[in-house]
Design a binder for this molecule. Structure first.
Ligand code: AMP
Length: 146
């Protein structure tokens, strides 16, 4: 598909199924408008995704109000995730369109904590160990709920 074509939102995409509770995820946060969980192929420890509950393929399909809510949650969670994993900085990434690297066509923002001297793995690379993801999620939730 050409990148200037508008993709149709698929209500059965993997993140939509997570929102409906049809497939599991390592959830760290949820409110009325958003949900956040750990990326199953983390680039670093604590790599999380924040998604909208409003169905939208990408940044250009969301309402202005929905985008405000999404970014407010990114701003709130990122420093807490950074603290929970002992990182030195945070990379925020967001891809629009397959040509730009988007693999799941439901709007989401990546929160990638960065530790000085620790390499960042490739985007959508290796699957993480489920026990390690669960332990990281608990560590993050302890800070978020603390
Ligand atoms: P993007 O390439 O920006 O669309 O990012 C999609 C991200 O979703 C990738 O980093 C994947 O590793 C991640 N991902 C795909 N399936 C799952 C899943 N079942 N649970 C958590 N993260 C996932």
């Amino acid at each position: 598909m050409a990148d200037n074509d508008v993709a149709v939102y698929d209500p059965e995409n993997i993140f939509a199924k997570m929102l409906k509770g049809e497939i599991p995820c390592h959830k760290i946060y949820e409110d009325g408008d958003t949900m956040a969980f750990l990326d199953i192929m983390p680039r670093t420890e604590g790599h999380a995704l924040v998604i909208t509950k409003e169905p939208a393929v990408d940044l250009f399909a969301i309402s202005a109000q929905g985008l405000d809510k999404l970014m407010a949650v990114v701003q709130k969670l990122a420093p807490q995730i950074k603290a929970a994993v002992g990182a030195d900085g945070v990379m925020i990434q967001q891809f629009n369109g397959e040509a730009a690297g988007q693999t799941v066509l439901h709007l989401h923002v990546h929160i990638v904590p960065i530790k000085e001297g620790v390499p960042v793995k490739p985007h959508a690379g290796d699957m993480a160990n489920a026990d390690e993801l669960a332990a990281t999620a608990e560590k993050i939730k302890a800070v978020l709920e603390g």
